[in-house]
Design a protein around this ligand. Structure first.
Ligand code: TXA
Ligand code: MG
Length: 338
């Protein structure tokens, strides 16, 4: 199969993409977070095609994308009042809320769970595609399972060429990291399962309790029960061996000098300075920029043939927690403190 590259500004091609989805096919879709692999969430055969294209473990559930939060009642059996408050403030946007599912969501979509993650993307093309398709859209990130998430159409093409019929090019994703995933411990308590652009501090403004799940920053032990299946799997890893290095600009520079080699790269902040003969990429000077750049940098390091990558640890506050969470997984939890 040749994978077609559609332009989001071409109405005919958007209609064609919606037709593909109606026919049970999978289409690469831009969102404000990362690109997704979109298919009809209520069609088990279509959803099976997503799992196949990604090589994704069957127990890892897919997020269901809707054009409007008012539609969520049609796929869930209970929505706490707090969820409506969260939706009012942060949706459409980079947040996924987990609710008990109803029978319209097949178990293949929910990875065998009795719950479903619902997200209303802010990206106009994603919402248009959902409306044109006339169905809820299941969409995991559009990378090969385990590899960094795609933030440009070309990344999706690299991973999915020949595996899906089309990718819609919507340019670079604004956020660059996936949505914040939350569940509800009770009617007034939110649990963050994956950090993203909607932060703990943002959620606290609604007057609810917010728990940051332990698995966000710590490695899950073999056989340990997790709140979200995605927490168990290796993630975001380029081919290069990634290690995080925690220290200030000066000590990182000294570390780089000692550890430089032809196929070793350093991923640093924009204002860090390294010796001329150190290979490096920069990933921004604040958390928002670092979130925007992190996945494309990890992919670029593979293109450059990096074998070892040392990353200067980002700030862990606010959106920085999302960047750190992706990096620590890419690094298989290897952190050096200098
Ligand atoms: O920003 C995003 O969320 C992107 C775009 C395409 O919307 N999608 C995305 O999907 O990141 P995916 O499948 O790559 O990550 C979804 C994460 C997984 O870690 C999964 O385990 C968790 O959310 N998840 C989904 N449904 C869940 C559920 N019912 N219970 C617990 N965790 C769930
Ligand atoms: Mg993913």
């Amino acid at each position: 199969m040749t994978t077609l590259l559609f332009n989001e500004n071409n109405p005919k091609q958007l209609l064609q993409a919606a037709e593909l989805i109606k026919n049970g096919e999978v289409v690469g879709m831009p969102t404000e977070t990362v690109y997704g692999l979109a298919a009809d969430a209520c069609n088990p055969d279509a959803v099976a095609r997503i799992f196949k294209a990604k090589g994704r473990p069957s127990d890892n559930p897919l997020i269901v994308h809707l054009a409007d939060f008012s539609d969520a009642v049609n796929y869930t059996s209970y929505i706490p009042q707090l969820a409506y408050k969260i939706a009012d403030k942060f949706s459409p946007g980079p947040i996924t809320m987990i609710f008990p599912k109803n029978d319209r969501i097949p178990y293949i979509t929910s990875g065998g769970l009795d719950t479903v993650g619902i997200r209303i993307p802010a990206h106009a093309t994603a919402r248009k595609l959902i409306e044109l398709s006339g169905c809820p859209i299941a969409a995991p990130s559009a990378n090969t399972s385990g590899y960094p998430s795609p933030t440009e159409a070309s990344h999706v093409m690299l991973d999915m060429n020949g595996k899906i019929p089309a990718v819609i090019d919507g340019g670079k994703c604004q956020c660059g990291v996936e949505s914040t995933v939350i569940s509800f411990d009770d009617d007034n308590t939110v649990r963050i399962l994956r950090p993203g652009f909607v932060t703990k501090e943002d959620l606290l403004t609604l007057g609810c309790e917010v728990i940051v799940d332990n698995a966000i920053l710590n490695e899950v032990a073999e056989g340990e029960k997790v709140s979200s299946p995605g927490m168990k799997y290796t993630h975001y890893s380029p081919a290069a061996k990634v290690t995080l290095v925690e220290g200030d600009s000066e000590s990182f520079s000294a570390f780089a000098n000692k550890n430089k080699s032809e196929d070793t790269y350093f991923l640093i902040f924009d204002n860090d300075i390294l010796d001329n003969d150190c290979n490096f990429l920069t990933y921004g000077s604040n958390s928002t920029q670092q979130a925007h750049n992190i996945f494309s940098c990890l992919r670029r390091l593979d293109e450059l043939g990096a074998k070892k990558v040392y990353v200067r640890v980002p700030d862990k506050n606010g959106v920085g927690l999302a960047v750190y969470n992706r990096l620590i997984r890419a690094a298989g939890f290897e952190v050096i403190k200098i």
